[in-house]
Write a protein that binds this ligand. Structure first.
Ligand code: GLP
Length: 273
């Protein structure tokens, strides 16, 4: 696993956006052979999306031949609800770039048959040739997408009941009222994410420090589903200094030394397109 330690949230976001934009450009996507991007929601990727939008506005990158698959969506929350992941993605990203509507895929949490919806989603990912790069965040309990602690690390897209922890954490978007937070969600599985050719996870802030410690310092464990990334041949976590406060000193020092010797932090922070 590669771990990039950025100074703060802004540097983490710029690093991640430049990295993703470079990958898309190198791929040189066409209509027949598009780049397939996995997208997260949450506050962690907001800066990344802002910077990608800026790169688009500056004419440095196009999303015309990018196909997206979102990680998850609440069950029974109307699409037009301001806190649905549909609304989040259009408000914070899709409405500001040149992506084609038909290239956007988000799970339908209001589908009549939720199981069929999940199966169809996996089929669509396969038909698109798999995900080239899955971006993601981490919940404070180490969940990836909505794969709560105890989720099978071999799981695929399915319906998932949220933990009280997650409901509490997400209540900040619902007037801090846990009763307004949906109790279930549709989510890609851990295996769906791990099947991507590359995975890039964002992790910032002191409230994510415990999750980061479990993701990196300890073994693969279904109670910290992001730890499955340890098994991925091309997995990267980009984090900020605040998220590192619970890492083992030797782990922290190694990754800091490594990034300075390899120059990988500066390379993407200062990337010229
Ligand atoms: C939700 C999402 C996750 C996200 C997590 C963290 O639970 N399903 O995909 O990683 O929140 O959110 P935030 O980035 O706001 O901390």
């Amino acid at each position: 696993m590669r771990v990039i330690i950025a100074k703060d949230y802004d540097d983490m976001s710029v690093w991640a956006a430049n990295y993703v934009a470079k990958r898309i450009k190198e791929f040189n996507p066409t209509e027949e052979h598009p780049f397939v991007l996995g997208c997260p929601t949450g506050s962690s990727p907001l800066g990344l999306y802002r910077h990608l939008i800026k790169l688009y506005q500056d004419g440095k990158i196009s999303f015309k031949n990018v196909v997206t698959f979102n990680m998850d969506e609440y069950v029974n929350l109307p699409e037009e609800h301001p806190e649905s992941y549909h609304s989040f993605m259009f408000n914070n990203f899709f409405n500001h770039i040149d992506i084609r509507r038909e290239n956007i895929h988000i799970l339908n949490g209001n589908a009549k048959d939720l199981k069929a919806e999940c199966e169809h989603y996996e089929e669509m990912i396969a038909a698109a040739g798999g995900v080239d790069l899955f971006m993601g965040g981490i919940g404070p309990d180490g969940h990836i997408a909505f794969n709560e602690p105890g989720s099978s690390l071999g799981s695929r897209t399915r319906i998932k009941t949220l933990t009280t922890n997650t409901i509490q954490a997400n209540s900040r978007f619902f007037n801090n009222d846990i009763n307004l937070v949906p109790k279930q969600a549709l989510t890609v599985g851990v295996q769906t994410v791990m099947d991507a050719r590359e995975v890039l996870i964002l992790c910032n802030g002191p409230h994510k420090a415990r999750a980061l410690h479990h993701a990196i310092d300890n073994g693969v464990n279904h109670m910290w589903t992001v730890s499955a990334l340890q098994m991925h041949p091309h997995g990267t976590i980009v984090c900020d200094e605040e998220a590192c406060v619970e890492l083992k000193m030797s782990t922290y020092q190694y990754f800091k030394d490594k990034q300075s010797i390899e120059g990988v932090l500066d390379r993407y922070l200062n990337l010229k397109f």
